[in-house]
Design a protein around this ligand. Structure first.
Ligand code: SF4
Length: 698
């Protein structure tokens, strides 16, 4: 029988609504959902090829222990026993979960509840650490909460859209489509793209600022100074709703225009034009993504941007605001349930004793993590040096995607007990599992995800669970039951988990916290199944149309005011005589993460079939490599071999390599083996956009 279901795309943070159709012959086709308010029927190439990725080739269809088929009961008993033994012998911090922005919110909620409230450690981190943790840290410093103030509509309403560290055309294609349509309808709209590379996104730009890598702080500190000098400050907003302006002013005036020119490498005319545009345009949205976040100064970059919006009062009003674009389908949902090692559930703070007490009381938990846990890079260091005795990896492939990936692989291989829950058997990470658990994939699982504009949408199943695959939340709850926490994990459906999550968001909230979906407490199963997409906040009794934050202040620091952060530019050139090139890694249009799904589609692979390194023509001459010749990229951490793609879009001295390919698809092309495990000191986010490497003809 034919079946049609409204669901959500599992790839990027745009979170497009999809209508999936299962034909009688088993074929799956998809189209955009015209009623979904984030995409209005649009899809990109990846989304529209979803039907080509749902076959069962390579699927894990039953649990395995040490490579042998096992019963679910045996596997779950073993996981519970080994985690309990490690905790009894070495304490709660000797175990860890490494999870994923691919998990649904309900899965994430159970993982976080088990680790933080019942095991009593905060050693749960996620691949979202690699994606947007600098934005989280920047938001919390400025706003006192991890709040994205605006909505996608603001990007269409703005008169000036700044895209910094964002290849929107390839990485958030449907937002790019919305922007392109808005700009075509209102040619007066200006777009500024800030990126060391001339990407496809630059093609829409009125002004492309090809700044030096990691010079964004200098650029926005210079802008802040210009706003002061040109009387563009909203004095009322600053006085009524902010603190710390004087300190930020002092820091900004310590950096001269010439120093900004020097650090950014921009021509003076371009810099003046950018500053003039910002100072004289009321409706400005600044979108930022991985080029801002994946940096050793990522948090400072976020705050340098937010400072300029606070100073002009351009936040939370239509067409105005700083806007973090998340990479993954459910990075935001993970943040909402505390899926990062330094957060508690429902946007509460792990450093705050009242919040810890509140969450512990709500869960009736025997323990609550007292301090932040290990962030991703530190977590795998702890695995490597033996501090972590038992590790559960869910829905992610860190052997390909973590920086210093060879060291991460060695750490996982040496770990005494590794559980992997995933859909594919042959990932570079899954093959090191002591226990392999079959999870549900897209089209089979059911739950919610939250996109970059705080919109919660349902992922609905339309395919039967293959073999013995089970939901990730079920696996976690079954292990929790076996660890003697049966009462707190007595869930029989994802609807019940969502209900508890919504209730926690509203628990003793009363406007104290930004994340509140109390209006959705008490949904019955049918209402949950039919839940239409909605944006938070939605406290009980709230005006459901109010979807922006901070136009009239109302920040979440104790005094209700935002904080300016006095950020200072730092030198960013890491190259040396031995490693003379700057390595920048990122995504391409038609692949997703480590290609475990998109790699199945011949259509998607035909866009770019092989891993490549973008090189400037003069650099290519210098290392004597021709177009499509093989080039070896090397750092002190590892090597990769890819094809040269010679293009003037790439700045001299810099190399761009996509992060997707792995040994399954192309030997020796795992670029994260080359990326150094250098992180932002505040957010712990790896600096994947600015590493020093050597490049030579292979
Ligand atoms: Fe999916 Fe993102 Fe493409 Fe939308 S833009 S269809 S969410 S990959």
């Amino acid at each position: 029988m034919q079946k049609e279901v409204k669901t959500t795309c599992p790839y990027c943070g745009v979170g497009c609504g999809v209508i999936a159709k299962l034909a009688e012959d088993g074929k799956v086709s998809v189209k955009g959902d015209p009623d979904h308010p984030s995409n209005f029927g649009r899809l990109c190439s990846k989304g529209s090829a979803l039907g080509e990725t749902v076959d069962l080739d390579g699927r894990i269809l039953h649990p395995e222990i040490a490579g042998e088929r096992a019963e679910w009961g045996q596997a779950l008993d073993l996981v519970a026993q080994r985690f309990s033994d490690a905790i009894a012998e070495h304490g709660p911090d000797s175990v860890a979960f490494y999870v994923s922005g691919q998990l649904l919110t309900e899965d994430y909620y159970i993982a976080n509840k088990l680790m933080k409230g019942f095991i009593g450690s905060a050693n749960i981190d996620t691949n979202s650490r690699l994606c947007m943790s600098s934005s989280v840290a920047g938001h919390r410093r400025a706003f006192g909460s991890d709040t994205v103030p605006g909505t996608y509509e603001d990007i269409e309403l703005a008169d000036l859209v700044i895209l910094t560290g964002s290849n929107l055309a390839w990485c958030h294609p449907v937002i790019y489509q919305r922007l392109a349509v808005a700009k075509a309808a209102r040619p007066g709209m200006k777009v500024v793209v800030i990126d060391p590379r001339r990407t496809m996104t630059s093609d829409i730009a009125d002004l492309h600022l090809a700044i030096r890598p990691d010079s964004d702080v200098a650029l926005f500190v210079g802008l802040f100074e210009h706003l002061i000098a040109s009387n563009a400050i909203d004095q009322n907003y600053v006085a009524e709703h902010t603190n710390g302006f004087a300190e930020a002013f002092t820091a900004a005036t310590g950096v001269s225009f010439n120093e900004v020119l020097d650090m950014t490498g921009l021509p003076a005319m371009q810099l003046r034009e950018f500053y003039r545009l910002f100072a004289t345009t009321e409706k400005v949205v600044t979108c930022y993504s991985q080029g801002v976040n994946q940096s050793s100064s990522g948090t400072d970059k976020v705050n340098a941007i937010i400072n300029c919006h606070l100073a002009t009062g351009r936040i939370g009003r239509p067409g105005m605001g700083p806007f973090s674009l998340t990479g993954q389908p459910n990075a935001m949902g993970g943040r909402e349930v505390g899926g990062l090692a330094n957060m508690l559930a429902a946007h509460m703070a792990i450093e705050n004793a009242e919040d810890r007490d509140r969450v512990q009381r709500f869960w009736n938990a025997p323990a609550i993590a007292q301090k932040p846990g290990l962030k991703a890079v530190d977590m795998f260091r702890a695995v490597a040096d033996g501090r972590i005795k038992a590790l559960w990896i869910m829905a992610t492939n860190p052997v390909v995607s973590m920086p210093d990936a060879d060291a991460v692989e060695a750490a996982i291989k040496a770990c005494p007990f590794v559980v992997v829950s995933d859909v594919l058997k042959s990932t570079d990470t899954a093959r090191h599992a002591h226990v392999l658990l079959p999870s549900l994939g897209w089209g089979e699982k059911s739950g919610t995800v939250t996109n970059s504009e705080r919109r919660i949408s349902r992922q609905r199943p339309f395919l039967d669970a293959p073999g013995e695959a089970r939901a990730d939340w079920w696996q976690l709850a079954e292990v929790a039951r076996r660890m003697d926490f049966a009462q707190a994990f007595d869930f029989s459906s994802n609807a019940e988990i969502f209900d508890e999550h919504a209730a926690l968001s509203a628990f003793e909230n009363n406007g104290r916290r930004d994340f509140d979906i109390g209006a959705y407490v008490g949904l019955n199963h049918q209402s949950y199944d039919e839940l239409p997409p909605f944006q938070w906040p939605q406290p009980a009794g709230h005006n459901a149309t109010e979807t922006r934050f901070f136009a009239k202040g109302g920040f979440y620091h104790a005094d209700g005011k935002a904080r300016f952060i006095a950020v200072e530019p730092v030198a960013s050139d890491r190259t040396s005589a031995d490693y003379p090139f700057t390595l920048n890694t990122g995504r391409i249009r038609d692949q997703w993460h480590t290609m475990t799904r998109t790699g199945k589609s011949a259509r998607l692979s035909s866009h770019i079939a092989e891993p490549f390194a973008e090189l400037h023509p003069r650099d290519a001459i210098e290392i004597r490599v021709g177009n499509a010749g093989l080039v070896e990229i090397e750092s002190p951490h590892g090597k990769a071999v890819v094809r040269a793609l010679i293009t003037e879009r790439q700045a001299r001295g810099s190399i761009f390599v996509p992060m997707h390919w792995n040994d399954q698809f192309a030997a020796k092309a795992r670029i994260d083996a080359v990326v150094a495990p250098l992180t932002d000191a505040i957010s712990g986010q790896p600096a994947s956009k600015n590493g020093a490497v050597a490049a030579r003809r292979f």
